[in-house]
Design a protein around this ligand. Structure first.
Ligand SMILES: Cc1cc2nc3c(=O)[nH]c(=O)nc-3n(C[C@H](O)[C@H](O)[C@H](O)COP(=O)(O)OP(=O)(O)OC[C@H]3O[C@@H](n4cnc5c(N)ncnc54)[C@H](O)[C@@H]3O)c2cc1C
Length: 415
């Protein structure tokens, strides 16, 4: 009989590792420090708005193949929604201009030759320098590889990089920005359809996985925080959960799928990212106007993206560290004022909630990117997973799921 795999952390990295390992018939136990699964990607009932909301709006793209495969595996592929066509609507709050980018399918970007589909104020030649990002070496910032000004930068490149890397764009690691361009714009429209979990992150990405895992006999132990790992030279020998020590048999294994600061406290000397960036979300209980697209980019504003859900309008501000200390009500009013200007909704502040995730993602600078460890450790029965491991992608759902898959493949491979 094959040994048990102990997965530490029930975020998307841990859950995806569990889904893959159980599909191969491996017995799995998940240990989660908190009382809920999902980690940074979760739904909860919020008393201020009186409804279930997500900790933050999460956007997927149709090119996120690992995430879409995971959703298919857990039987939730139909729970993501988005426009039928690969298109993104924008509004510039300063000039009042509105436009919609309409990508075409296939790798030849016909859309950049069509003024009705490309970014207003750009010409096809403006797009050529983007190719430099595709081959950007590690160690370079976006600002060192491309010119961070002009209409294309301000209206497409900057919003894309801020959203995907969660950092002020010129400071972001060019290698990570290049990965995003390579997996989206360079593939064409079929990889660029925006997708959102309309019923919420929990019912879409988390609960179906838990249901499937329980069906497969997986135990999920909540409020079961790993406090220490006992190691020998070659392997992890035991897991200490404060009051309970689980000895690992010869064929047992561990997937450590916790955030980098938690992993570093469990593995002495582990090199891992140490700097983080915040994401701020505002949630407002109000019916969005019928014509509001599911997701709308906003330029020259505090607000970056407006998401429209049934009975709720939500706003995302990435790289939001400058707003961490702004008083909550002031921030809610500032955000709502902009939403009202964009949507035509009343300026009266509806019931609201502001969620600030200080350590939403590691800081996607070249220096922090260089600190990301791989899946494999010096111990043959312990693998690392998490959006902060070296996936080659920024900290995203897609990266977290790929990391979980990789850890599962490593553990499952015959030694
Ligand atoms: C507000 C916000 C908006 C975002 N928007 C997007 C987006 O639009 N698109 C996108 O792709 N990504 C987005 N992300 C990023 C995405 O949420 C993360 O990349 C992903 O959820 C990370 O998953 P993970 O499993 O690696 O880590 P986590 O979700 O952090 O999971 C780690 C788990 O380990 C648990 N844990 C920690 N220590 C221990 C311990 N000692 N013992 C047991 N358990 C432990 C934690 O409680 C947690 O449940 C966003 C993130 C935030 C916060």
């Amino acid at each position: 009989m094959s040994g048990t795999v102990h997965i530490i952390g029930a975020g998307l990295a841990g859950l995806s590792a569990a889904v893959r390992l159980t599909s191969l018939g491996k017995p799995v136990v998940i240990h989660e420090a908190t009382a809920f699964a999902g980690g940074r990607c979760r739904s909860y009932h919020d008393a201020s708005v009186g409804m279930t909301i997500d900790n933050g709006n999460h956007l997927l793209l149709s090119g996120n193949h690992a995430a879409l495969d995971y959703l298919r595996d857990i039987g939730a592929a139909d729970r993501l929604i988005g426009p039928r066509q690969p298109e993104f609507s924008f509004v510039d709050l300063l000039s009042g201009e509105r436009w919609t980018l309409r990508f075409n399918d296939g790798p030849v970007p016909f859309w950049i030759f069509d003024p009705r589909r490309r970014v207003p104020g750009t010409s096809p030649f403006d797009y050529l320098p983007l190719a430099r990002l595709l081959w950007a070496p590690a160690g370079k910032t976006v600002g060192e590889v491309i010119t961070c000004k002009g209409a294309l930068y301000e209206r497409l490149v900057e919003p894309l990089i801020v959203a995907a890397l969660n950092i002020d764009a010129p400071l972001g690691a060019a290698r990570l920005a290049g990965a995003i361009v390579r997996e989206t714009l360079a593939v064409g429209g079929r990889a660029c359809r925006p997708l959102i979990a309309r019923e919420g992150l929990g019912p879409t990405l988390i609960e179906p996985a838990l249901a499937l895992l329980r069906q497969r006999g997986t135990t999920v132990r909540f409020e079961h925080q790993l406090r220490a790992v006992q190691f020998s030279a070659e392997r992890a020998e035991a897991l200490e959960f404060g009051g309970e020590t689980v000895a690992l048999n010869a064929d047992d294994a561990v997937v450590l799928a916790v955030p980098p600061y938690a992993a570093a406290s469990l593995i002495h000397g582990l090199e891992a990212p140490t700097e983080f960036r915040a994401i701020v979300n505002g949630h407002f209980r109000i019916e969005p106007p019928a014509e509001l697209p599911p997701i709308l980019g906003v330029l020259n504003a505090t607000v970056q993206w407006i998401f429209s859900f049934p009975g709720r309008v939500s706003v995302t501000i990435s790289a939001g560290d400058r707003l961490i200390d702004t008083p909550r009500e002031e921030l809610a009013r500032r955000i709502w004022d902009e939403v009202a200007r964009v949507t035509g909704l009343s300026r009266t502040l509806p019931p609201w909630q502001i969620v600030r995730e200080r350590r939403a993602t590691f800081a996607a600078t070249p220096a922090q990117d260089a600190k990301r460890p791989g899946t494999v450790t010096q111990w043959r029965n312990l693998a690392l997973a998490g959006d902060w491991t070296d996936t080659g992608l920024p900290a995203t759902i897609e990266g977290a799921i790929r990391s979980g898959n990789r850890a599962a493949d490593f553990i499952a491979k015959p030694s």
